[in-house]
Design a protein around this ligand. Structure first.
Ligand SMILES: Cc1cc2nc3c(=O)[nH]c(=O)nc-3n(C[C@H](O)[C@H](O)[C@H](O)COP(=O)(O)OP(=O)(O)OC[C@H]3O[C@@H](n4cnc5c(N)ncnc54)[C@H](O)[C@@H]3O)c2cc1C
Length: 366
């Protein structure tokens, strides 16, 4: 039986563990903080069938959209998967829009178009999805280890034979996958990999007690200062509403447990949301959070073998579509590792060697 260590317990890592264990391989997820403790537990969880058309990610996204429906059906949907109506629109602070809005929104909001239907857009609660998929993987024989990957174990010939944890322990493996989201840049100390950057975003979760209909909104919002933000508001199956708007250039802390919102960002987002909807104006905020999405130099994911190192693989840099693309990435990685190639998706565009490798000396002593 093949043993595969997956570094990182985000949506990408656990999806790989799920599909590997479904095929009978031994998958071991090593997670530094907690499963879904980062972007995979705090993101929007919005899924779209065809919003990546015209990009190299289109086929992956379409396959993944279908897999999300299948997984929810097969695994009893403990993560609130649901189809949605999706609208675009705009709002200006302190100014009635005078347009046709939706009943749960304030007069400030003008809805200008429907950009998704239940056939093309859906939602999951991301933490429940990531943890639910990990549990399903464990039921198939996968293992979760809480620990910090600090290096690789290599054979005399250079092949990867396992990972070294920061407590001195090692975990043997026939193959190792780097799936540490924005922290994958730290793996450039061990493997020839391109840079992965982390872009910070803030979000809130409101306990709207089911008062918002099954809708997603993509808006432009002009604050009183004149600054224009792009709030996204998603009504989830558990009765909560997730909203985000404020990106920042905040630096990625080395320890995922240290990620925190910028000063003032949650309050600014809360004020904005309360103006958008009387439902949100009355709802308590149950989470004020920030997370980093992983992005490669060209915005395209890194999915494939690490060139020149036997047994080393990478799956990261899914940017704004990591929740959507987790299942098809997991399926493709399991096929690549166990069969030598992916059957549903062509991974050529995701090959890590399309980009120049990052010089780990630039990590300045991390
Ligand atoms: C505000 C926001 C909204 C988003 N909305 C959506 C959306 O609506 N739809 C969508 O599809 N995508 C969305 N995304 C993108 C999506 O969240 C990410 O692409 C996805 O979560 C990335 O998953 P990951 O598994 O690669 O990384 P992560 O979730 O970051 O997981 C990486 C894991 O690696 C662990 N780790 C780090 N270092 C080590 C180490 N040394 N050893 C072991 N483990 C380690 C971390 O603790 C972490 O758990 C959003 C992102 C943000 C920030």
């Amino acid at each position: 039986m093949k043993r595969i260590v997956i570094c990182g317990g985000g949506a990408i890592g656990v999806a790989i563990a799920y599909f590997l264990s479904r095929r009978g391989a031994k998958a071991i997820v090593v997670e530094r903080h907690e499963v879904a403790g980062s972007a995979s537990g705090k993101s929007g969880g919005f899924l779209a069938l065809d919003w990546c058309r015209g990009s190299p990610v289109d086929r992956l996204a379409r396959r993944s959209f279908a897999l999300h429906a299948e997984l929810a059906e097969q695994l009893g949907n403990p993560w609130g998967y649901r189809r949605l109506e999706t609208y675009s629109g705009w709002a200006i602070a302190n100014q009635a829009a005078g347009g046709a809005s939706r009943p749960w929104l304030s007069d400030d909001v003008a809805i200008t178009g429907q950009i998704g239907s239940p056939q093309t857009t859906a939602l999951v609660e991301p933490r429940a999805f990531t943890r639910g998929l990990m549990r399903a993987a464990e039921a198939q024989g996968a293992e979760l280890r809480i620990g910090t990957v600090a290096g690789l174990v290599r054979s005399a010939g250079g092949a990867v034979e396992g990972v070294a944890l920061d407590d001195g322990e090692t975990v043997d493996a026939d193959a190792v996958v780097i799936a540490m989201g924005p922290w994958s840049i730290l793996a450039t100390r061990w493997l020839p990999l391109p840079a992965v950057y982390g872009f910070k975003g803030h979000s809130l979760v409101f306990d709207a007690r089911g008062q918002a209909p099954a809708e997603a909104l993509f808006l432009e919002y002009q604050e009183a200062s004149g600054e224009v933000l792009a709030p996204e508001v998603f009504a989830r199956a558990d009765g909560t509403v997730w909203a985000c708007a404020i990106s920042s250039t905040g630096a990625l802390p080395i320890d995922p447990a240290q990620v925190a919102p910028d000063d003032g960002a949650p309050a600014r987002l809360e004020a904005l949301c309360r103006r958008l909807s009387p439902v949100l104006a009355a709802a308590p905020v149950v989470a004020r959070q920030a997370c980093f999405r992983p992005v490669a130099e060209d915005g395209v994911p890194l999915i494939g073998r690490v060139p020149g190192v036997d047994g080393a693989y990478v799956a990261t840099a899914h940017s704004v579509w990591g929740m959507l693309n987790a299942p098809a990435t997991g399926e493709a990685m399991a096929e690549l590792i166990l069969d030598g190639g992916a059957s549903h998706v062509d991974l050529t565009a995701f090959a890590p060697d399309r980009l120049k490798t990052f010089d780990p000396a630039r990590l300045h002593g991390v």
